[in-house]
Design a protein around this ligand. Structure first.
Ligand code: ZN
Ligand code: ZN
Length: 464
């Protein structure tokens, strides 16, 4: 099957080389790109290079600077045009040594990771009795002042779902739990990792402090350590925990968005902006989050760049430099506000490397002829066009969306994504190359159809 697809791809691409690109039917070239991706796309070598040569690359770190240099070199080596960086600054958060343990008569180690943005504990750590809540709602129901001097712990489990919605539902536990606990008097906060695995690796992620509460140190427990605390508390005796978190922040740390283009042959000023984020969390090597998204979008654009003739519109790939702790999307939207009316489509790949199962298009565009063509090209990939319109696109492009830029959402199978996400297990071996190539096929077909057709995906009210 894959050999036959590869052969047909070669035939169509050869035909494109000997005839004018204008005469080449849109659907045939899109299908050829799809099949070429399925036969082995350029994405995996890009991801292997990034995760092997750079490894973890938190925004603001020395590794992120090396990742930026890697991105520039990689885009140039792959033949992209206008390769450059767009610098901005962030407040970088740098993790130091961390530990947690149960103290008292049954002392034992707890596997934790500090949450991104957490303040450190005082030197020597903080030790206190825990107040354990089985659900986040139970914490919110606790009266003000009732957690005075305690370490609040929430052990609610995140639900595994195909569409990743379990993560969204559980997100406030990690994002807002520390401030909610602090408002009630807690001196520190622990939550069960937002994760679906059953091993001892904790999963980190950013928190947000609210201005109306003291900033208290906060960390994620591994899933099994959260369950261990559940059992200890069930014994009916007070449980004490000692938590030690070190970290510091670096104001005005340099960060970069790395950009390359496939310049359009007829309408270079009409631009499609796609990408993934180059930064990652520190425990793993950022393979599924989000080296995969970088590799998928670079790989798709590379296939288009290699066509005998570039499509009419420009395809721009951005490696966003600070998604996890915010910064890159805001910087990009600000720097490109004047250009936004000419950005004809945007989207971000940031849900791992497992297969895409649906495409959400801008409202009211699914019946346009070019999108019908696209739907037919995507159908063999087992991707359907969702009836619900696109909404979000990804953290790094939502700023453009707010400026009226049309956006797509590719929904990937997220069933196992949160087994790995933000943990030390986010490494290259978790990526299945044929599944990632299905993503590349889908992105290449979509981007080509929009770049080569004159399709207008902007809602009437938002036209420039
Ligand atoms: Zn991500
Ligand atoms: Zn992430």
């Amino acid at each position: 099957m894959r050999l036959a697809l590869a052969a047909s791809a070669a035939l169509v691409l050869a035909a494109a080389a000997t005839s004018s690109a204008n005469a080449q039917p849109l659907a045939d070239t899109a299908a050829a790109l799809r099949d070429k991706a399925l036969a082995g796309s350029p994405a995996y070598p890009v991801l292997e290079s990034l995760t092997t040569e750079i490894g973890a690359r938190p925004a603001g770190s020395a590794a992120q600077r090396r990742a930026m240099e890697w991105g520039v070199a990689k885009l140039k080596a792959l033949g992209f045009q206008n390769v450059h960086t767009e610098p901005f600054t962030i407040t970088a958060w740098v993790r130091g040594p961390e530990s947690a343990e149960v103290t008292g008569v049954n002392p034992q180690h707890l596997a934790i990771l500090g949450l991104g943005g957490s303040v450190p504990t005082p030197a020597g750590g903080v030790e206190a009795e825990i107040a354990l809540f089985h659900t986040y709602a139970d914490l919110l129901a606790a009266p003000m002042g009732s957690l005075k001097g305690k370490i609040a712990v929430v052990t609610e489990a995140m639900v595994r779902t195909q569409d990743g919605s379990g993560y969204g539902a559980a997100n406030p536990i990690r994002r807002s739990g520390a401030s909610e606990a602090a408002k009630r008097g807690a001196v520190a906060y622990l939550c069960r990792s937002l994760a679906t695995n059953e091993n001892r690796l904790p999963h980190t992620g950013a928190l947000d402090y609210t201005p109306d509460a003291p900033k208290i140190p906060a960390a994620a427990l591994s899933v099994v350590d959260a369950e261990q605390l559940d059992r200890m508390v069930a014994l009916g005796k007070p449980v004490r925990v000692k938590l030690s978190l070190d970290s510091h922040t670096v104001p005005n740390a340099p960060a970069w968005n790395v950009v390359g283009e496939v310049v359009g042959r007829e309408k270079p000023d009409q631009i499609i902006v796609i990408g993934g984020h180059l930064d990652s969390w520190d425990p793993g090597t950022g393979a599924i989050d989000d080296g995969a998204g970088v590799a998928i979008t670079v790989g798709a654009a590379k296939l288009i760049n290699d066509l005998p003739a570039h499509p009419k519109r420009t395809v721009r790939v951005v490696m966003f430099g600070s998604e996890e702790m915010d910064g890159s999307g805001e910087a990009y939207a600000k720097a490109h506000a004047a250009e936004a009316p000419h950005i004809v489509l945007t989207g971000e790949s940031d849900e791992g490397a497992d297969p895409i199962w649906s495409l959400a298009l801008p409202k009211g565009t699914a019946d346009l002829p070019a999108m019908k063509t696209l739907a037919n090209v995507l159908a063999p990939l087992k991707i359907f066009v969702d009836r619900a319109p696109s909404r979000f696109g990804g953290s790094d492009v939502v700023g453009l969306v707010m400026q009226g830029v049309p956006v797509i959402d590719y929904h990937q199978d997220a069933t196992r994504y949160f087994d790995i996400h933000h943990s030390a297990d986010d490494t290259l071996d978790k990526v299945d190359r044929p599944k990632m190539d299905q993503n590349v096929a889908a992105w290449a077909a979509l981007v080509y159809v929009v770049a080569e057709s004159d399709v207008d995906l902007r809602p009437a009210a938002a036209k420039p």
